[in-house]
Write a protein that binds this ligand. Structure first.
Ligand SMILES: Cc1ncc(COP(=O)(O)O)c(C=O)c1O
Length: 401
């Protein structure tokens, strides 16, 4: 590693969060963890490895490509494509034992080519999200009748997705669940043996155990965040992703001087302004220009001026101890005390990864300040999910066991 801008993915925290979720769901409820979008930006390979170690037997992906990637990691549990999947992809899904969600593009199911292996199909019900699935039992029963008729298909699940499980009120989710229960009851009344029923996401699991049914599909809680920290606080979760960079320059800015592109910030007093080696091309959003906050020596330093592609500037006037070479937190926990510029420079680039990971693992047992990803995301007008996904691949990921 040459540039001091990197993320640390705390796999011990990930395993801890899985255990927290397991404790919350009743025995007999299956746990599916969503690993789509490169495991919410955390890196699918190492995340799959922990899921295997922790005995998680089902994962969710967004596409066939992602499903195949999970299989290539050696994962042999259930892999379910949660989003749409085209008719030409079904044979490949079947061959690789990847479960699919019924999608309207399939056309007449009787006309689909014969699969070499049984294709496992989940039928989604649209109970209030208006994204995918059947809106009525009349539509559903035609498709289900065709699925169960085919010897090369297995009806493997019945699902719905909750739009507002983390909303201030649970009224919308309650309505969705009631509609869903009604639909599954109607299917039973039609004589069907209804397979695995699943609805809850992270918000649902934190909110109401009655929504867990046969399986829950969780994502963000496994990565350490409640979908809404204010509505559904979950202090027992530990953040998995930590994003760090370093100060490359500190300058004195005099009153009247401007900072950054577009001169959007003008100093009205003498200031100490630090340059940090990360920008929007690393995944630090440009909308955080003049609104973001970075953690320096445990103290918040406001972003001043526009976030550039590879650098950003922060006001450290109130942090007299800040020095060139200091590590800073873009989100996550404070850097370990061992991370100094002297220690960094004393190591060959090839030796830095191991040293950073080792010192991180030692320091995480000590209570330290945190700049929550949720808080940074909310300053950026978005959510932790999007911020985690958009940390750029050029930012090296270090995995702490
Ligand atoms: C169908 C489906 N189920 C479950 C999840 C997991 O959601 P969360 O990360 O909020 O738990 C997602 C994620 O977007 C999803 O699309």
């Amino acid at each position: 590693m040459y540039r001091a801008t990197f993320s640390v993915i705390d796999l011990r925290a990930f395993a801890h969060n899985l255990r927290v979720v397991k404790e919350r769901i009743q025995a007999g409820t299956e746990l599916l963890v969503t690993v789509k979008a490169n495991a919410y930006g955390h890196g699918v390979g190492p995340i799959i490895q922990v899921l295997r170690e922790e005995g998680v037997r089902a994962v969710g992906v967004a596409s066939l490509e992602e499903g195949l990637q999970v299989r290539a990691c050696g994962y042999d549990g259930m892999v379910l494509i949660l989003g749409s999947v085209g008719p030409q992809e079904l044979a490949v899904a079947a061959e690789n034992r990847i479960d699919v969600s019924y999608t309207d593009t399939w056309g007449d199911i009787a006309q689909l080519p014969k699969m070499s292996r049984s294709l496992r199909v989940h039928t989604p019900f649209d109970t209030g999200m208006n994204r995918l699935g059947f809106k009525s039992i009349e539509d559903a029963k035609v498709v289900i009748a065709q699925i169960v008729k085919r010897p090369d298909m297995e009806w493997a699940g019945v699902s719905t997705h909750l739009a507002c499980s983390d909303g201030e009120s649970d009224a919308h989710a309650v309505e969705q669940v009631e509609r869903f229960v009604g639909m599954t009851r109607q299917l039973r009344e039609l004589g069907y043996q209804v397979p695995r029923v699943h609805a809850s996401n992270s918000g649902g699991v934190l909110r109401n155990p009655k929504w867990n049914f046969d399986m829950v599909r969780i994502g963000i809680v496994a990565y350490g965040y409640s979908p809404d920290e204010y509505v559904l606080p979950a202090p027992e979760l530990q953040p998995v992703m930590h994003f760090y960079s370093a100060i490359t320059r500190i300058a004195t800015v005099t009153p009247g001087e401007t900072i950054g592109y577009g001169a959007t910030f003008t100093a009205n007093k003498e200031m100490r302004v630090a340059t940090v080696a990360a920008g929007y091309a690393d995944g630090y959003p440009r909308v955080l220009s003049n609104v973001g906050k970075v953690l320096v020596h445990g103290v918040l330093a406001p972003v001043v001026g526009r976030v550039c592609m590879d650098q950003l500037m922060i006001d450290v006037s109130h942090i007299p101890t800040a020095r060139v070479g200091d590590f800073v937190t873009l989100f996550g926990i404070e850097p370990p005390a061992a991370w100094t510029i002297e220690a960094w420079n004393a190591r060959l680039p090839a030796d830095r990864d191991a040293w950073l990971v080792e010192t991180f693992a030692q320091a995480r047992n000590v209570q330290r300040n945190v700049l929550s990803l949720s808080d940074v995301a909310s300053l950026a007008g978005t959510i932790s999910y999007e911020m985690a996904c958009q940390v750029n691949p050029r930012v090296p990921k270090l995995y702490a066991k």
